[in-house]
Design a binder for this molecule. Structure first.
Ligand code: GLY
Ligand code: MN
Ligand code: MN
Length: 436
């Protein structure tokens, strides 16, 4: 868990980078309708969570460096017995102060009367410009409200600054408490992948496997998958974000599972590909070994001082060599890479930042150059090769094979730590686990 002190440190750090005479305004997520009177289960906005830990919708926080009556102000739902009887407990303004250490808290319905007064006289407003049009509108309405008072001496803020630059750079570097949580949620997902390998057999459905994974997540306290789980058998594995998960598992096919748990809002993201009947065919093994070699080589590139594209470049090189060996591509290695010929069978990047969001925040480029890796960053390494069943001019034995192998990797001072190392990925280890 993230301590209250750590949330406070994050706010202080952000306010320091904003400088004096500024104000940051951050909104919670809102409830989303799933069908008529039914909402999706609520998930807090990651930025709002990162700065407050406050778990409710319909809330807005303000950070006001140097404000005499307190720098951290929360606007949220008030306690309301009837509403709470229908929709669940609320912290209310008292709880926002007592539990989440807001210096001041007000009912959200009073925000239009109170917040403009707090913005008045501040030079810069930091908020997430353009993230939600209705929120942009509200911020402008608050500023306009101050503008109506200028003849009486009111000073509207003159500068709008995107909060994301400073905030997302903070989120990119994981603290030791965050790393601990990420180890935990990755271990939960890794164990669920092992479980799926053990129970998988021909005749089950992709949905059966999804249910097994989610049951394993839930037993360990992870109620939500971090993203819709991909359980893709046979040719379905060649659809990168396949989520139908309704096919029957066929003897002789591979199964690609891309599934991660979410715990205390932190994500894991793991992919393994294995034979449904527990034994790789010769052709499957050929493709699999190439992807594994690419993945291991890419992981070796994850270290401080390398930039974030080096793992990708390495994976592309190994995969392209493999595609030539398999007869999928013909030509000279350098030319094939330069022409991006590999994209026919490997069309995505080899990784992304991961943290509170599965595709986490943080710039990938600085001044037009790929970002250099530093300790505390966490990224995925996930090369693949996809040969759809209807591919033309491809050896028949390779058709309908899709393989991806994905791990979550922490950059450490002297290299890296593979957080998801608990799931086997060599052919021998997988076959052994599945036959046990
Ligand atoms: N599961 C989404 C991804 O691998 O990026
Ligand atoms: Mn994934
Ligand atoms: Mn991923």
């Amino acid at each position: 868990m993230i301590s209250r002190q750590e949330f406070a440190r994050r706010r202080a750090h952000l306010m320091q980078s904003m400088g004096p005479n500024s104000i940051a305004i951050i909104a919670s997520s809102q409830e989303q309708v799933r069908s008529r009177d039914v909402d999706y289960l609520f998930r807090q906005d990651s930025d709002f969570h990162y700065l407050s830990g406050f778990p409710e919708p319909n809330a807005i926080m303000a950070l006001i460096p140097g404000r005499e009556h307190g720098e951290f102000v929360m606007f949220c739902n008030e306690k309301d017995l009837e509403m709470e009887t229908w929709h669940g407990r609320r912290y209310g303004t008292e709880g926002a102060c007592a539990t989440f250490e807001a210096d001041d808290a007000f009912p959200i319905d009073d925000i239009d009367d109170i917040l403009p007064g707090m913005m008045e006289g501040r030079d810069r407003i930091f908020y997430e410009l353009g993230k939600r049009p209705e929120f942009d509108r509200r911020v402008i309405d608050w500023v306009n409200k101050i503008r109506t008072q200028v003849k009486k001496g009111a000073q509207p803020p003159g500068e709008f600054v995107d909060l994301r630059h400073a905030l997302h750079d903070m989120r990119l570097f994981k603290s030791s408490a965050e790393v601990k949580l990420m180890r935990q949620v990755t271990e939960i997902a890794a164990d669920a992948h092992c479980h799926a390998m053990k129970v998988c057999e021909p005749g089950m459905t992709e949905l059966d496997i999804e249910a097994e994974l989610h049951h394993q997540f839930a037993r360990r306290g992870a109620r939500f998958p971090a993203y819709p789980s991909i359980v893709a058998s046979g040719d379905n594995a060649c659809i990168l974000h396949y989520t139908e998960n309704h096919s029957k598992l066929k003897n002789g096919d591979l199964l690609l599972i891309d599934a991660g748990a979410e715990l205390h809002n932190y994500a894991s993201d793991i992919t393994r590909t294995f034979p449904i009947n527990g034994k790789f065919s010769r052709a499957q093994k050929r493709v699999y070994e190439i992807v594994l070699k690419a993945q291991l080589a890419a992981i070796e590139e994850v270290k401080p001082g390398n930039h974030w594209m080096q793992p990708h470049n390495k994976a592309v090189e190994v995969l392209t060599v493999g595609m030539v060996e398999l007869g999928l591509l013909k030509g000279e290695l350098d030319k094939l890479i330069e022409a991006e010929a590999y994209k026919r069978f490997y069309m995505h990047k080899t990784g992304h930042w991961i943290g509170l969001d599965v595709h986490d925040v943080g710039d990938y480029q600085i001044d037009g150059e790929p970002r250099v890796l530093e300790p505390g960053m966490v990224m995925t390494v996930e090369p693949g090769m996809y040969i759809p069943a209807d591919s033309q001019g491809v050896d028949k034995s390779l058709l309908g094979i899709g393989v991806r192998i994905e791990d979550d990797v922490l950059v450490t001072p002297d290299g890296h730590e593979v957080l998801s190392s608990g799931v086997p990925k060599s052919v021998e280890e997988i076959e052994q686990l599945m036959s046990a």
